[in-house]
Design a protein around this ligand. Structure first.
Ligand code: SAM
Length: 248
């Protein structure tokens, strides 16, 4: 029977795609993509010409049903996103969930993922980590989210946009403390790929130093809290800082 293939595509370097991914894209009947024009470039590079089907966050539930009908009628479908692994801060969850419920076969074709690439070269503990995706855009939401992570001991991984990275690191300083270790992975697999590892306060200064430092795509990794029975908990320190502001 026809299947749904979840195919990882490159996160920058066009060569970062597996033979199996190429073979799969050549074999399927339809390629569902977030942005058909963007994916068109990748496909034409590999000389793959297939009917495309737009599937993005805003139409996924409704368009997903059409795709499932196609699969049931015998057409194999590959799902790709603009970059990396579908469903990882990208569309596809509703489609895959629905396919599981309906007994449609789903086959993952693994490959690039910014989180895993970033972690693999960051130098932070990788035995356990927490993928946090994008932080809320609004200030309050972001602060609440970071506050809920004060005691998280695993390495935390965030996706972040150039517009928000400086403010986010400022919030990390305020909420998780100036000394909390941060690693930024920028422009992974691309010409200007670079890693920066600094305590939060120094990272903030570095970001503010030059607007070029905020350019590109970022994975932000934050070291987990160190369980130290002797130390004053960060929550207490934050409360103290708030009290100080209020006092004359
Ligand atoms: N599905 C993708 C994956 O598997 O990593 C993630 C998609 S998400 C919409 C896009 C975000 O991933 C970017 O804002 C950035 O935070 C991160 N990202 C994607 N490509 C990257 C790269 N080449 N270097 C650094 N971060 C990247």
């Amino acid at each position: 029977p026809a299947k749904l293939y979840i195919v990882a595509t490159p996160i920058g370097n066009i060569s970062d795609i597996s033979y199996r991914a190429i073979e799969t894209l050549q074999q399927v009947d339809v390629i569902a993509a977030e942005d058909t024009r963007h994916s068109g470039k990748l496909l034409s590079h590999y000389q793959i010409k297939k009917p495309m089907f737009p599937l993005h966050d805003h139409n996924e539930r409704e368009r997903g049903k059409v795709l499932i009908e196609k699969i049931k009628a015998g057409q194999s479908v590959a799902l790709i996103s603009d970059a990396g692994t579908p469903l990882i801060s990208d569309p596809g969850y509703h489609l895959v969930n629905e396919c599981r419920e309906k007994g449609v076969d789903i086959v993952p074709i693994p490959g690039a993922c910014a989180t895993i690439a970033a972690l693999s070269a960051a130098g932070l503990p990788t035995d356990r980590f927490s993928f946090e995706g994008f932080l809320p855009a609004k200030e309050k939401g972001k602060q609440d989210k970071l506050s809920a992570l004060i005691e998280e001991t695993r390495t935390m991984v965030f996706y972040e946009s150039p517009r928000r990275i400086t403010d986010t690191v400022q919030q990390v300083v305020n909420i998780l403390g100036a000394d909390r270790k941060i690693v930024i992975a920028r422009e992974l697999t691309k010409t200007f790929e670079s890693f920066y590892a600094l305590p939060a306060q120094e990272m903030l200064e570095w970001l503010k130093e030059d607007t070029n430092h905020c350019r590109g795509e970022f994975v932000l990794m934050i070291a987990g809290a160190v369980a130290d029975s002797e130390a004053i908990p960060q929550v207490a320190l934050n409360t103290l800082a708030l009290l100080k502001e209020q006092l004359p």
